[in-house]
Structures are given as structure tokens and as C-alpha cells.
Design a protein around this ligand. Structure first.
Ligand SMILES: Cc1cc2nc3c(=O)[nH]c(=O)nc-3n(C[C@H](O)[C@H](O)[C@H](O)COP(=O)(O)O)c2cc1C
Length: 186
């Protein structure tokens, strides 16, 4: 993305059924087609979905580092050494600014909640564009902070690869609705 300020080209409308299809078709993709680049306008729509996410008191305490450069990706390998991660053309690192987030009276910091909502927007928007993603939380936070020279108040929380899937990811089971929904009592 050479110019972040160019207007975003919107895609066509979306009905509730299509939205549900996107939710149900999202998978953790762990094999990407590195030869297929993600068009700039597609990437921009996906990132804009994160921008539009709600946040506590609308503080928007998030930053997203978009990694395309092979040398930078190489450095990130140290923080998350999984072979499949490097098959994607783009990596997105979602960070929170703990100075910018809302704190509840009991001290709870809403930064990670806000970031997770924004990442979900990004991931579902990517699914809608035919892109694969995978939530990644099991990385070395200190290493990522070092690589990007993050200030003390900025903390990496979640990453995702972004690219066209190279194959169909397996469907994972979910608990049944009746096991998780409680009407009027727990
Ligand atoms: C917050 C969060 C963190 C995750 N971290 C990792 C991770 O570090 N590595 C990984 O391979 N998958 C990770 N996952 C992916 C889950 O394993 C995956 O979402 C789950 O098994 C359900 O599969 P599905 O996404 O294909 O439906 C994470 C998912 C979430 C929501």
C-alpha cells in the first residue's frame, strides 16, 4: 500500500445471509498461495474494517503493523517459528496502546478487548474478500516489541497472516448452542 490516504473503493452490498456465510466459512488457514499477491484495494478494505470497529468510549487504542517486506518477515520468524506462517504474503500485527485505552473503575484495561474486536472485523472482512487468515496469539511478545522498537505503552497482542488460501482448511467442531446459551438463568 503506497498511499494510505487514497479513497477506499467499496465493494458491493452485503445481506445478513451473506454475512452469516462469511462467519461460517472463516477458517484458520495455515497454508497460503505466496505467488498470489493481495491487491492494494482489497488490503485497504480489510484494514478499514478494523478501523471501523467499536471500542470502549471510542478510544480506538489500536495499531496495526502490516508486514510485507521479506527481511522484516524473516525477523518475525524468531518470534513465531512455524513453517506455515511464512507461506503468507502479508502479516498483520495487532497492537494496543495501553496509554490510549479505557480503564474501568475496577482497573480492568479494555485495550485487548478493543483490539480483539478490531482484529475480528479485519479477519471477517478478509474472509469476505476470499482471503485466508489465522489468529495467532502464541508468539514471543518481547521479540516482536524489539523488532518494531515499540514504545513501552504499545504491546503486540495478536497477529494474522493474510493471503489467498492454498487449500481448504479443515472445519473445526463447535459446542452446541444448548451447551452455551442460558435463557434467564445460568
Ligand atoms: C485469540 C486466539 C489466538 C489463537 N492463537 C493461535 C496461535 O497462536 N497459533 C495457531 O496456530 N492458531 C491460533 N488460534 C487459532 C485457533 O486454534 C482456531 O481458531 C481454533 O482451533 C478454531 O479453528 P478455526 O479458526 O479454523 O475455526 C488462535 C485463535 C484465537 C481466537
Amino acid at each position: 500500500m503506497n498511499n494510505i490516504n487514497t479513497p477506499i473503493k467499496r465493494n458491493s452490498g452485503l445481506q445478513a445471509a451473506e454475512f452469516h456465510k462469511i462467519i461460517s466459512e472463516r477458517r484458520s488457514v495455515r497454508k497460503y498461495d505466496l505467488s498470489r499477491a493481495v491487491p492494494e484495494e482489497v488490503l485497504k478494505r480489510v484494514l478499514d474494517a478494523a478501523r471501523l470497529a467499536p471500542s470502549a468510549v471510542n478510544f480506538q487504542p489500536w495499531h496495526f503493523i502490516v508486514v510485507k517486506d521479506a527481511a522484516v518477515k524473516e525477523k518475525i520468524k524468531e518470534a513465531y517459528p512455524r513453517d506455515w506462517f511464512w507461506t503468507a504474503p502479508i502479516l498483520v500485527v495487532g497492537c494496543v496502546d495501553t496509554k490510549a485505552s479505557w480503564k474501568r473503575k475496577d482497573g480492568a484495561d479494555f485495550a485487548e478487548i478493543d483490539l480483539t474486536i478490531a482484529m475480528d472485523h479485519l479477519i471477517l472482512a478478509a474472509t469476505g474478500e476470499g482471503l485466508g487468515t489465522c489468529w495467532v496469539g502464541a508468539f514471543d511478545v518481547l521479540k516482536i516489541s524489539e523488532i518494531f522498537k515499540l514504545p513501552e505503552n504499545v504491546k503486540p497482542v495478536l497477529m494474522t497472516p493474510l493471503g489467498y488460501p492454498a487449500d481448504k482448511a479443515p472445519v473445526k467442531n463447535r459446542k452446541r448452542l444448548e451447551d452455551i446459551i442460558h435463557i434467564d438463568k445460568f
